[in-house]
Design a protein around this ligand. Structure first.
Ligand code: HEC
Length: 113
């Protein structure tokens, strides 16, 4: 009979120590830890010819992170993206010389060989 009490006590003890474990408590995540607004990310693009044209013309609507996170593309691929920015989204770049320099820059830093 004594043995039953002892084992009951041990069971309770094990149960309580397991369920009061600090590590089991859920971690409270504050909004600051989860915030990842893409437009609040500052990106320094690699230095190459035309970087200033990109930083002045391509960061007015969205972060330069949009460029950084693209996969490497051929010059044709970048041409398509830049022309989409101008034609579809209204990027105010009318000078074709500037447009071509931007495409050259993008193909230099993220070009597919
Ligand atoms: C007039 C505003 C505007 C300007 C200026 C602009 N973009 Fe965009 N860009 C957009 C919009 C709108 C999207 C689509 C956003 C989305 O899908 O969340 C976008 C998306 C992108 C993307 C993501 C891929 C894709 O095809 O949607 C890339 C890369 C990009 N822009 C590059 C550029 C580059 C390079 C320039 C400079 C030549 C530029 N943007 C200038 C408005 C602009």
């Amino acid at each position: 009979m004594k043995l039953i009490y002892i084992s009951l006590f041990l069971c309770c003890f094990v149960f309580l120590t397991c369920c009061n474990n600090e590590a089991v408590k859920p971690k409270i995540i504050t909004p600051a830890e989860t915030s990842s607004d893409i437009n609040n990310v500052t990106v320094a693009l690699p230095d190459a010819k035309g970087v200033d044209l990109v930083t002045t013309n391509c960061a007015t609507c969205h972060s330069l992170r949009y460029i950084e996170m693209q996969p490497d593309m051929t010059k044709k691929g970048w041409d398509k993206i830049v022309k989409k920015m101008v034609k579809n989204y209204g990027a105010p770049i009318s000078d074709t010389v500037v447009i071509n320099q931007i495409i050259d820059y993008l193909a230099t830093i993220k070009g597919k060989k």
